[in-house]
Design a protein around this ligand. Structure first.
Ligand code: SF4
Length: 351
């Protein structure tokens, strides 16, 4: 197993982040923030799916005004995402933001950054300092001969130092790139240098299929390094789809449990049943049940009995029939076509 990096604890609204607290799931709305009703609806859908912190872009004064209404309606902490105009940061803080995300490098002048830091401190909220591969300063790009881990870290260090000079240390840090090896290399440098909590993800990961894989590899590798206090999976499309991926990543890493862990084999030439149909039927039932159990659906006697016995519940198929397991014990032998229903009936007994 791996040891999580020791980071400071901050609070985003009422959610503790860092310091060994559970890794939280974040997403970002993609509605027009000026459309408060539409944004509130999307936050409700995200919350229902299991999102724990949401970020909302605040690009102009109308969006900042709408943000007030959004924040009042939201049942999870809301981060205001600010670029370029420090006045939007001040307006979002005044409107009740639980955190603001800024990139001090694109808010011209330390004096303006100081005003934002002072306002955040007075409101008692943290600032997320985020550096992104797509917006690296030109001089760092040239100095390092391109987009490198060192360039990203130098950019972030500059911004962190600016806030620290303002006497502000209630920070969450982010370095994101769309390239997985680059992201990993940057975090190796980053976690040697700071003990601020980290938000992690692979930015602009892509469309749902490729983006899911890229995010799982990148975020999984970072979590295995012990790095990461909040995560976001960035997929092109409806952000609600991001939440299930986040949950599966955290569950696969053994960091959180969100309902049932399904173990099912890929099948091979030994399998004599339609295992996909059986696994999908069992998975659908378990998703609706939402119980934190492990269920195995296995195609034959080679690995089936072993996996089914290790799980809380399981089936191991054979020639024309198979067995149902509960907590390591055989409960019954059934014809193949009754196995999925038989397993579901046994799981139902836990209610
Ligand atoms: Fe093949 Fe049996 Fe292994 Fe499934 S459990 S992959 S059917 S050997």
């Amino acid at each position: 197993m791996y040891t999580r990096e020791q980071t400071k604890t901050i609070r985003i609204g009422n959610t503790p982040v860092g310091g060994g607290n559970p890794v939280t799931i974040e997403s970002m709305t993609n509605t027009d923030t000026r459309n408060a009703a539409g944004t509130i609806r999307q936050i409700e859908a995200l919350t229902e799916a299991g999102c724990e912190i949401v970020r909302v872009a605040v690009p102009d004064a109308a969006a900042a005004e709408s943000f007030r209404e959004i924040k009042k309606a939201a049942k999870i902490p809301v981060i205001a995402d600010i670029h370029f105009d420090y006045r939007m940061a001040l307006a979002a803080i005044e409107a009740g933001a639980d955190m603001i995300r800024i990139n001090p490098g694109n808010i011209a002048g330390e004096n303006r950054v100081r005003q934002v830091a002072d306002a955040a401190k007075a409101a008692g909220i943290p600032i997320r300092v985020g550096v992104n591969g797509g917006s690296l300063e030109k001089e760092l790009f040239e100095k390092h001969g391109g987009l490198t881990a060192e360039a990203l870290c130098e950019s972030l260090a500059k911004h962190v130092a600016m806030l620290e000079r303002c006497g502000f240390t209630d920070m969450l840090l982010t370095i994101k790139a769309s390239d997985v090896p680059l992201t990993l290399a940057a975090h190796k440098i980053l976690c040697e240098k700071y003990d601020y909590p980290l938000h992690i993800g692979i930015t602009e990961a892509g469309t749902p299929y490729r983006g899911t894989i890229k995010s799982a590899v990148g975020i999984g590798a970072l979590l295995a390094m012990g790095v990461g206090d909040t995560i976001r999976v960035s997929l092109t499309g409806d952000p609600v789809a991001e939440i299930r991926v986040c949950k599966e990543i955290l569950q696969a890493m053994g960091l959180r449990r969100f309902g049932t862990n399904i173990v099912s084999c890929p099948t091979c030439g030994r399998c004599e049943v339609d295992l996909l149909e059986m696994a999908e039927k069992v998975e659908k039932f378990c998703d609706e049940l939402g119980a934190e159990i492990t269920v195995a659906v296995m195609g034959c006697v080679v690995n089936g009995p072993g996996e089914a016995r290790e799980a809380d519940f399981g089936i191991a198929c054979g020639k024309g029939s198979g067995v149902v397991f509960r907590k390591g014990e055989i409960v019954e032998r059934l014809p193949s076509e009754q196995l999925a229903e038989g397993l579901i009936a046994v799981i139902k007994q836990i209610r």
